[in-house]
Design a protein around this ligand. Structure first.
Ligand SMILES: [Zn+2]
Length: 206
């Protein structure tokens, strides 16, 4: 699919990634793609930048259940199957003396948009912002199956999480519960190393 719009005095024609259906709710394909395109246009994301943007599009999950409070006492939600596996996983970790804390699970399209707007307002470039934050429509957190994980004694959303027993445990046992890390060091997506970001992809070995 090719979309064109005007930025300044030049017109960019941008090939966008194909829609990835990540929820069993059926929105019309066109409306979601149009919503993303319109938002990127309002945010004035340059077409030349989008032409090289490599993240897949993710739909918002509309079927969410609570997973309880996060480490900041905010309620977090996930897609039902991911929520069940999260609870099973943290119970298993607890039996091994490991504490896994939720930092951020489901995030809506509009919430992600506000994150980007705030960082743009702070003067960050779009290249800097997208090393750490997905553009609205492209965050795995929209699916309700991604979760940022913390543990006591480690600063939230910092690389020091890699040095914790919790990370060692997740690396060893996460896949048993269907969770894997999306952004390892030097990943091909151009995203910074995020040892805290895990996504429920299902159990492939059962
Ligand atoms: Zn994350």
């Amino acid at each position: 699919m090719t979309v064109g719009w005007t930025t300044g005095d030049s017109v960019h024609n941008v090939a966008l990634p194909a829609i990835v259906v990540t929820s069993h709710t059926m929105q019309s394909t066109g409306s979601y793609q149009e919503r993303v395109n319109e938002t990127l246009k309002v945010l004035a994301i340059p077409g030349a930048f989008l032409a090289h943007y490599r993240l897949p599009l993710h739909r918002e999950c509309e079927d969410l259940v609570s997973i309880g409070l996060d480490m900041f006492d905010r309620e977090q939600r996930m897609e039902p199957m991911a929520a069940v596996q999260w609870r099973v996983m943290i119970a298993a970790a607890s039996r091994d003396g490991i504490v896994l804390l939720a930092i951020s699970a489901f995030r809506s399209f509009d919430y992600q948009r506000k994150i980007i707007e705030r960082k743009l307002a702070e003067g960050q470039t779009i290249e800097q912002i997208t090393r750490a934050s997905a553009l609205p429509g492209y965050s795995e957190h929209h699916t309700g199956r991604a979760i940022d994980i913390g543990t006591p004694g480690s600063g939230p959303l910092t690389e020091e999480f890699e040095q914790t027993p919790a990370f060692e445990w997740l690396t060893r046992r996460g896949q048993d519960f269907g969770f894997s890390m999306t952004y390892p060091r030097d990943n091909s997506l151009g995203i910074m190393f995020e040892p805290w970001h895990w996504m429920f992809r299902g159990k492939t070995d059962l």
